[in-house]
Ligand binder design. Structure first.
Ligand code: NDP
Length: 429
């Protein structure tokens, strides 16, 4: 899309939004048929994706708007069931774009494959042998995946560690190989697993040990994406709070998360509120992204905040987020799920690196949305107003009744299913 700034999108009907989207995007008739279908994922396709299929489980797909990242516009597809996430991301993205937008960067896409060797007679000697044969082993692995080399990727480096050397350790001593593999635009789990499995017999031969596990690590700390924003305080002001008050509240909220794991978990869950929906919409493995993100939050030996918030000498609020981001633009179910294919078209990213950068920018926006609300009115004011529609539906409201009941719940400041049921009964009389 040429612009992600679409004033009034929120107030349009779904049909109006679709019409606008069709005009702004390079969608084919087939894309539209899938995206706008009541059941975009057919049972046949689903049955080919996983086992024991009995149906499909659709999620709402919304657009995170206003994202300006490295001077490029992004309308971000987000698949999520939780109200207020898309609205909050879009609200913060609007503020950040007024401040010049997000700046992001990503490292090379180097993922990690692990090989576990036990039972070596001399672990140090085994380590030396592996390191002395490093180039041969790397070349061997690359012969197992020649297409990756053709794309400019492949195995690039190899490391060896010995675990549980302490004689008092209750665990077996083991040699762990780390193979660093550039998986280009794929997340790379299957690619890596194929390569490390191919290498295992050579490793056994060289070390005299027995290889057990051969699998990728879901903590790819050489495959990082970073997002940053710098916001003048006046852009943060609300009716009741000055920009400086909001900025300081955000920084104090960050300091709380950085100092307390109980708070850090909730703080980081809010970040993943933004990240997971994009990962899901683009057909990526959100369990892998979640696992890596939380491991990164604990990289200093203690679980802490994924983001950092500070102020500069001019008083601007500075936000930063760095996360491992094992996502792809090809592979897995990305080109299998019809809506994920369309999500990629909509997002218009050229590479996995670019996708990773968009995802961390959304995570940073989502975090600021939550912290800004928490540091001012509290999270419930905005959240519950949006949640009221789900409450009305849960209480049995349908069609036009949903708006009426949801409005009454907000007015009466009682957004509960019990109250909604009473109102539904009253409405039906
Ligand atoms: P695939 O097995 O689908 O491999 C990626 C494919 O993409 C390759 O076969 C490659 O084709 C093709 N390709 C086309 N263009 C490119 C390009 N530019 N760069 C790289 N590859 C390209 O997927 P992944 O290896 O990415 O594995 C991801 C899947 O693995 C996910 O579904 C995930 O859920 C799952 N998984 C996750 C695990 C975990 O996280 N622990 C464990 C096991 C599986 P070609 O062969 O021609 O080179």
């Amino acid at each position: 899309m040429q612009t992600s700034r679409i004033p009034g999108f929120y107030n349009m009907t779904v049909d109006e939004r679709r019409e606008l989207l069709s005009k702004m995007s390079a969608f084919s008739e087939e894309d539209k048929a899938y995206l706008y279908a009541e059941k975009p994922l057919s049972t046949d396709t689903a049955d080919n994706m996983i086992e024991n299929v009995v149906g499909t489980f659709p999620l709402p797909l919304g657009l995170g708007l206003n994202f300006l990242i490295n001077d490029k516009e992004y309308a971000v597809p987000m698949a999520i069931e939780e109200p207020s996430v898309v609205a909050s991301a879009s609200h913060i993205a609007k503020i950040v774009r007024e401040a010049g937008g997000f700046t992001t960067e990503a490292t090379e896409r180097v993922m990690i494959g692990q090989i576990q060797v036990v039972g070596c007679q001399d672990f140090h000697k085994a380590k030396e042998v592996i390191l002395s044969e490093k180039d041969t082993l790397i070349n061997y692995m690359n012969t197992a995946y020649p297409s990756l080399i053709k794309r400019g990727g492949g195995a690039e480096d190899l490391d060896v560690r010995i675990l549980n050397e302490d004689a008092n350790s209750k665990f077996s001593q083991m040699l762990i190989l780390h193979v660093y593999i550039n998986t280009c635009d794929a997340m790379g789990a299957n690619i890596i697993n194929t390569m490390v499995e191919a290498l295992a017999p050579n490793v056994e031969e060289l070390t005299g040990g027995k290889v057990y596990l051969r699998i990728l690590s879901n903590y790819p700390d050489r495959c990082l994406a970073r997002a940053r924003c710098i916001i003048p305080p006046d852009l943060l002001a609300t009716e009741e709070f000055t920009g400086e008050m909001v900025r300081d509240g955000v920084i104090h909220a960050y300091e709380f998360a950085a100092s307390d794991p109980y708070r850090a978990v909730t703080h980081n869950k809010g970040i993943m509120n933004g990240i997971d929906p994009v990962v899901i919409a683009t057909g990526n493995d959100w369990r892998a992204v979640e696992a890596g993100a939380h491991a990164h939050a604990a990289r200093n030996g203690r679980y802490g905040s994924m983001t950092e918030w500070s102020k500069d000498d001019e008083g601007n609020l500075i936000g930063e987020l760095e996360l491992p981001m094992s996502v792809g633009t090809v592979g897995g179910s990305i080109r299998v799920h019809p809506v994920s294919k369309i999500a990629h078209k909509l997002l218009n990213v050229d590479s996995a690196q670019e996708l990773a950068q968009v995802i961390v920018a959304v995570g940073l926006a989502q975090n600021l949305g939550a912290l800004k609300a928490l540091a001012t009115d509290g999270i419930q004011k905005g959240h519950m107003a949006l949640h009221s529609r789900s409450v009305a539906i849960a209480a049995g409201a349908t069609g036009e009744m949903i708006d009426v009941i949801s409005q009454r719940l907000i007015e009466e400041k009682e957004i509960r299913v019990g109250k909604a049921k009473e109102l539904v009964e009253e409405y039906k009389k």
